[in-house]
Ligand binder design. Structure first.
Ligand code: TRP
Ligand code: SF4
Length: 527
């Protein structure tokens, strides 16, 4: 059903918790598959596959560009991103940026959600505009939650978010159902998406309710909402299961643009593959001469030097048609949704040498970045949104304490932020480990921290910002100096302390929540 997967597992109404836990801690299906299904069983067998199969980029490649990175970034828990560089840049240079994520209020907030809470809060502390939303329309339409359940869970999510440090005066909290501006934006974005596309991306079919589809455009609006005041780089911290939403939102943002900006080499249009050939021909031919490079010479060169493929044939034909026209690199502004006035204004605004065509303008002097900025300015001046493509960061899913997936329907597998601290202690004590059968073997071979849910607890949560502590646990484990009994006792005590402290803070922020501008009593019909 879902095309966005490497396997063919259907959607499951129970969502993230669909796969039955097996006694050995494995899951009934999908352990070696990688699927990205926002309402199905998101399974990531191999995070590296997400880079190859889905085009998510590795986070460690931009880590050095992030000012004072969060420990989840430093430890590789945040493992991937799309286009995060521009958020990091804004952060470094003090330009505006935003962070937004959303929560479906389907159960108790647990330590997996804490990762996202922390990510939003950290971006807020770095100077970003921070947004957290309750995805109540989605919970109602895609998960069948009643409004009473939604209200109760929404309160719990928000209390934990505030207790962890979200500043509601600086940031914004909202619920989808109560945000008129958001829904208007969703309506507008929905004009650029159709059913076939949702079918392809999400596996929707004739049985999918219209409200569920509406919750998709609502999420698209969520993702772009921080830019309604003013376009700015915006990061969406989520699990990789949400990537299909991020990609669609990036596409829709581009579709609303007045102008598309591309690179071009001659008056004709060329696709990305054709442009590669053009770049190669231009590079080679312009090297040895100051004379203009003619299109027909580039065609000769391509046919002599490049392996034949479809793109080469297509572009060679176009080059022959263009004949003696000089080949010259340029940036092109394509008229996508611009009004006539906006198009005229753009033409005026392009400084330096340019050529004006019916549906595009070519500039020979602007860089691509400058061209994008200029088109955004003109768009904003003429009543457009001017959206910057949204960015995302992806965190790893935590392993369940009982092995296999962490699942909110298996209480022993996860720790709720509302768990009694004693229960939290007990759950950690009972957790599966990456330890060896005997203490002797453990001393000899070392433990398997990389496969240990208890080690994950340290790295993701219990060690907090203290990298040295996390590293010490790891090293002592793999060197055989740490035995699981003591290690779990230490983790269990830290968990008890964390929960007690967190719950105390939740009580303290009650008033903040009452004062915040968010209504937690739906007056919807009980359907
Ligand atoms: N679909 C998300 C989930 O399943 C919730 C969500 C709604 C969201 N809107 C969002 C997440 C915007 C990030 C950004 O949990
Ligand atoms: Fe896990 Fe700790 Fe045992 Fe290592 S010593 S395997 S980290 S419980």
């Amino acid at each position: 059903m879902t095309r966005d997967t490497t396997s063919d597992r259907g959607r499951d109404p129970d969502g993230e918790d669909a796969a039955e836990p097996l006694p050995d801690g494995g899951t009934a299906a999908g352990d070696d598959e990688t699927t990205l299904d926002p309402w199905g069983s998101a399974t990531v067998a191999d995070y590296r596959k997400l880079f190859e199969d889905f085009g998510i980029e590795a986070f460690d490649e931009i880590l050095a560009e992030v000012p004072d990175p969060h420990y989840l970034m430093r430890r590789g828990v945040i493992f991937g991103h799309r286009d995060y560089r521009k958020v990091a840049e804004a952060m470094a240079t003090g330009e505006p940026f935003a962070a937004l994520s959303g929560f479906m209020p389907t159960g108790d907030p647990h330590i997996g959600h804490k990762l996202v809470f922390d990510e939003i809060i950290w971006h807020q502390q770095q100077g970003g505009d921070a947004y957290a939303l309750i995805a109540d329309l989605e919970a109602n339409s895609a998960r069948g939650m009643t409004w009473d359940e939604i209200d109760e869970h929404a309160r719990d999510y928000l209390l934990s978010l505030l207790a962890l440090g979200f500043d509601p005066e600086e940031g914004e909290l909202y619920r989808q159902s109560d945000n008129r501006e958001l829904q208007d934006l969703g309506f507008e974005l929905g004009e650029s998406a159709n059913f076939s596309e949702l079918e392809n991306i999400y596996g929707f079919d004739g049985e999918t309710s219209v409200s569920h589809m509406q919750s998709v455009v609502t999420q698209m609006a969520d993702i772009l909402y921080p830019q309604l005041d003013e376009p700015k780089p915006t990061v969406i911290p989520v699990g990789p299961d949400q990537d299909p939403h991020v990609r669609l939102a990036r596409d829709l943002a581009a579709r609303t643009q007045f102008f598309g900006v591309t690179k071009a080499y001659a008056s004709f249009e060329a696709d990305a593959d054709e442009r590669e050939h053009l770049a190669a021909a231009y590079g080679a031919l312009s090297e040895d001469t100051d004379e203009p490079v003619r299109c027909e010479d580039a065609a000769d060169w391509l046919e002599a030097e490049m392996a034949p493929d479809d793109a080469r044939e297509r572009v060679a034909a176009k080059l022959r048609e263009a004949g003696k026209e000089p080949l010259r690199p340029r940036v092109r502004f394509l008229d996508r949704n611009a009004t006539d006035e906006a198009f005229e204004a753009l033409i005026d605004a392009v400084d330096g040498e340019k050529r004006v065509f019916d549906e595009h303008v070519d500039s020979f002097e602007l860089s691509r970045e400058a061209a994008e900025e200029l088109s955004r300015e003109v768009e904003l001046d003429h009543g457009g949104y001017g959206f910057v493509a949204p960015s995302s960061i992806y965190h790893r899913f935590m392993t369940g304490l009982t092995g296999g997936k962490m699942s909110s329907s298996v209480p022993a597998s996860h720790i709720s932020l509302l768990d009694d601290p004693e229960d939290g202690y007990e759950k950690v004590k009972a957790a599966t480990t990456g330890g060896r059968e005997t203490a002797e073997k453990q001393r000899e071979l070392g433990g398997q921290a990389d496969e240990c849910p208890v080690y994950e607890l340290y790295a993701y949560l219990l060690a907090g910002d203290d990298d040295e502590f996390a590293k010490r646990v790891y090293d002592e484990c793999v060197d055989g100096e740490r035995l699981c009994g003591d290690c779990k006792e230490q983790a269990a005590e830290l968990m008890r302390e964390f929960l007690a402290d967190h719950q105390e803070k939740r009580a303290e922020v009650q008033e903040l929540l009452e004062a915040a501008d968010i209504d937690l009593d739906s007056d919807r019909a009980r359907t």
